[in-house]
Design a protein around this ligand. Sequence first.
Ligand code: FAD
Length: 411
Amino acid sequence: MKIAIIGGGIIGLCSAYYLRKSGYDVTIIEKKTIGDACSLGNAGYISPSHMIPLAAPGMVTAGLKWMLNSESPFYIKPKIDFKLFSWMWKFFKASNRQRMLAAVPILKDMAVKSHSLYHEICRDEKIDFELTDTGLLMVYNSESGRHHELEAMEIANKNGVKAIEVNLNEYEPDMQINALGGIYYPGDSIIEPKQFTDKLTELLRELGVEIIENSGVENFNIKNGRIESVFVEGLELEADLFLVAAGSWSEQLLNKASIDLPLQAGKGYSFTIENPKLKPKKPMILVEGRVAVTPFQNKLRFAGTMEINGLNEEISQNRINGIKKTIQNYYPEYDLTEIEKVDKWYGFRPCTPDGMPYIGKINTLENLYVNYGHAMLGITLAPISGKLIEQIISKKELDLDDRLIDPNRYL
Ligand SMILES: Cc1cc2nc3c(=O)[nH]c(=O)nc-3n(C[C@H](O)[C@H](O)[C@H](O)COP(=O)(O)OP(=O)(O)OC[C@H]3O[C@@H](n4cnc5c(N)ncnc54)[C@H](O)[C@@H]3O)c2cc1C
């Protein structure tokens, strides 16, 4: 059976891996270059610690407060846009304790399984990429930040993910950190995402996956409830089954097949400093500013902010200033001129209103499947999402309860 995967980010690649391993004839169609969109310059965390979805109690109030400040960590640009209002309304409805508590065990299960699948891929395929079991520090500098993190720690411990309150000096003795304290999650890891997508692409080619780059899918040829082919830059490409894994662009693309699944692009930025003068030993999130700090082997990356403002390619100086202020607040010794000198990267996180990805078959068409909407967790959840879509397509028993990730919940 021939499967065409639309989108060559980490989710499309991991889907291709499990589908090919299961014997399918797989083609990836990528509009630009494989692995070079949101999957490129992110923080690289594999985070079972992040089991609380974006839509959670308190986010609506925080979001409303932050909406007034374009340097804040989560910013929705006010504008008249029906799709944005509809997404915000669904986000508001999903941001309650009951929905959050239903989502937590699913996200946790997916993240823990994904974490071991990264190690399995590394071991079984003998591909070499930076994958380090570092743990993760959540570092706060306010009483409200501490309160929030203690609650998250309790939820984690109740769900079997170890988290402990720590003395930061024991973990980062060589750095001056302006903070009240931190929570440590020993089960988290980091990968260098570009190394992973490059090595996986090489492996997929060896396994016989066809990869077509610089070719965007423009439309679908649908007959009798079935996609016969897709139009790619004027050419027609046939397959038995189509899988949309086009990240933040999936919504626009699916609209062409008359499918309207709510999605907003959450833009974030990062800066990467090669051979930095100062580097923490552990990855850490600077909680109040939501800035992620990743110490890779030879470089340091700062990543942060979530700006809901469409697929807008402009670089916002206000958002960059917000990240810099956070770094300066927490690391008073840090020389910010290091950041001025490097290129600013941005990526669009594909955000669903309830913070759960869309993984599964679209009921209205016979041969259309989707795998996108992973928001801040696409790196964490990529291998399990690839494995799950293979199990769904092959009609196998699933590794977990898929009700909350079923795309038809919004159709
Ligand atoms: C600042 C920042 C930090 C982050 N940190 C983390 C982290 O630490 N841990 C974590 O788990 N997640 C993190 N994320 C989120 C993670 O990066 C994303 O969830 C993930 O990369 C999404 O992968 P994807 O494959 O769905 O999308 P993408 O990587 O965006 O790939 C989608 C691909 O589809 C292609 N495409 C689009 N339209 C078409 C078309 N019509 N035809 C063909 N191809 C098409 C695009 O060109 C693109 O290559 C972060 C994100 C940001 C922005």
